[in-house]
Design a protein around this ligand. Structure first.
Ligand code: IPD
Ligand code: CA
Ligand code: CA
Length: 262
């Protein structure tokens, strides 16, 4: 796909993200109808569903043959090679508790390659966006990862899956390994924003044990275009079919990867 086609997809994704963002901003702080999905803390609100509907309608209008993978409605196969990967509200638990830390995440994927990524925080009106080979931006201005070269100077961010009590991949011990070093570690509650903040140079490194493609796809493209590095645990090349992630400024990647090993 040529750069101009990528930019067109990026414009479609940004438009859809703003539509969804307006729905989320409108619903934020109002009484909610929540219901649990799998597990007590895994919620879905009417805002997740309305935002997803707005994104799907907007993208369907401009790419009618694309496959759509959306968190709340699942997979809808289309006839062409383009796939949209959508998280209409990343940070639902924050949203449901009135914590202003959530976003919309939309990626375009073709032949397994993430070609466009857009993450939008409607409350701060921050649009993080990237195309493959085209660099990463925040509200249209280029962004890049930090230049921190060692783990002991780093500020990190992580998250925990809804089934954290089952300790998947030893995530509790991994967290303990890192905080025992005395490093500052934050937990924002939105994996997509965690990745956007790596790209914007707000954090040096991020790791999480169990994520879904819609949590990661847009952010991976944005981090890589901002000069960062993304792998699976153990430095294995990143693919959307794997569920763990390490994303860093590149310089601290091997050190963080080793520090997480149990
Ligand atoms: C969740 C957030 C959170 C991460 C969870 C995700 P949701 O997504 O990204 O930061 O720790 O693993 O499921 O449910 O708010 O879309
Ligand atoms: Ca999510
Ligand atoms: Ca979600």
């Amino acid at each position: 796909m040529i750069q101009q086609e990528l930019v067109e997809l990026q414009i479609h994704a940004e438009r859809a993200a703003r539509l969804a963002g307006a729905i989320l901003a409108d619903g934020f702080g109002k009484p909610l109808e929540t219901r649990s999905k799998v597990g007590m803390h895994n919620l879905v609100t009417q805002s997740d569903l309305q935002a997803e509907q707005a994104i799907v309608t907007s993208l369907r209008a401009v790419t009618p043959n694309a496959t759509i993978m959306a968190e709340e409605s699942g997979l809808d196969y289309g006839s062409d090679s383009l796939m949209w990967v959508i998280d209409p509200l990343d940070g639902t638990v924050n949203f449901a508790h009135g914590i202003p830390m959530f976003c919309v995440s939309i990626a375009a994927v073709q032949h397994g390659q993430i070609i466009v990524g857009v993450i939008y925080n409607p409350l701060l009106d921050e649009m993080f966006s990237a195309t493959l080979g085209g660099g990463a931006t925040r509200n249209g201005q280029p962004i890049s990862v930090t230049q921190t070269t060692s783990l002991h100077e780093s500020i990190l961010v992580t998250g925990f899956p809804y089934n954290v009590a089952e300790n998947p991949l030893g995530c509790i011990e991994q967290f303990s390994n890192i905080i025992r070093r005395g490093l500052p570690v934050r937990r924002l509650g939105s994996a997509a924003l965690d990745l956007a903040y790596i790209a914007a140079g707000r954090f040096d490194g991020f790791w999480e044990a169990v994520l879904q493609p819609w949590d990661m796809a847009a952010g991976v493209r944005i981090v890589e275009e901002a000069g960062g590095r993304v792998t699976h645990y153990g430095n294995q090349p990143f693919t959307l079919s794997m569920n763990s992630i390490i994303a860093t400024n590149g310089h601290i990647h091997n050190e963080l990867s080793q520090a997480l090993e149990l």
